[in-house]
Design a protein around this ligand. Structure first.
Ligand code: KIV
Length: 281
């Protein structure tokens, strides 16, 4: 059995000839079972639940209570994959004690590590969480919790100066004890510079093929939504279309009286039907 503990994942640099890491989000038991049976290495219970499932326009509305609810649902399936829980916005910004308490709550719900967004300004909180024996995954580049500061979901690191800052941030996060770093929404060349500069794996999303792993949101890769079509998403199914077609067929069968059939209905035993004077079909 493959070791998917945080220290084992930490050693998974593609340049050492190991397989690239595969991470997919899941927010509930059925999706956790699907991705785990498919053999992913990590399940990310991401705050993207806000947009993928809860109908918000960004991730800022999700609370620690929301995350605890979804992490517990995923953990109840006892997956083989490593469960990473996203620390939501404002759960690691106020004080070290609140940060550690929030991280610990998600671990008690069944996560094996937590992920938080941001570069050097997050170092004190990362150090506090790791000091509490909780592995931390970093997340730099396009950090969705900074949407208002970034002016929207925009590709980051597009100047030499910004690229150098990302490399520095990745080095600092590594030094602070992160076991892996998500690299989101950066040019391929920047992802390559960061990946080469650090000894922990980078897991890319919209960061090109050079990273040590890749992550996609479950609902994006399965084509649950049609409205948004980000450049970095590859759709491996069109589940919105197939699900809509299935529900349309159900509605048609109900309206025409074809559903439910005799096989899909319960019958009275013959003697009870006779006593009531009703006819079994
Ligand atoms: O919440 C999430 O799904 C994420 C990924 C986009 C990396 O943070």
């Amino acid at each position: 059995m493959v070791d998917l503990s945080a220290p084992a994942i930490r050693a998974r640099k593609a340049c050492n000839g190991t397989d690239r890491l595969v991470m997919v989000t899941a927010y509930d038991a059925p999706s956790a079972r699907i991705v785990d049976e498919a053999g992913v290495d990590l399940i990310l219970v991401g705050d993207s639940v806000a947009m993928a499932v809860l109908g918000y326009d960004n991730t800022l509305q999700v609370t620690v209570d929301d995350m605890a609810h979804h992490v517990a649902a995923v953990a109840r399936t006892k997956p083989t994959a490593h469960i990473v829980a996203d620390l939501p916005w404002m759960s690691y910004h106020v004080s070290p004690s609140e940060t550690v308490r929030n991280a610990a709550r998600l671990i008690r719900c069944g996560a094996q590590s937590v992920k938080l967004e941001g570069g050097r300004k997050r170092l004190p909180m990362i150090e506090c969480i790791t000091a509490a024996e909780i592995p931390v995954m970093g997340h730099i580049g396009l950090t969705p919790q900074s949407t208002h500061v970034m002016g929207g979901f925009k590709v980051q690191g597009r100047t030499a100066e910004a690229a150098r800052r990302l490399v520095q941030a990745a080095k600092s996060l590594t030094h602070a004890g992160c076991y892996a770093i998500v690299l989101e929404g950066v040019p391929v060349q920047v992802a390559e510079l960061v990946t080469e500069a650090i000894e922990i794996p980078t897991i890319g999303i919209g960061a090109g093929p050079v990273c040590d792993g890749q992550v996609l949101v479950f609902h994006d890769l399965l084509g649950f939504e049609q409205q948004l079509n980000p450049k970095f998403v590859r759709r491996y199914a069109q589940l919105h279309h197939s699900a809509k077609e299935a529900v349309e067929r159900f509605a048609g069968d109900v309206r025409s009286g074809v559903f439910p059939s005799e096989q899909e209905s319960y019958q009275l035993p013959a003697e009870e039907a006779a006593e009531l004077g009703v006819i079994n079909p």
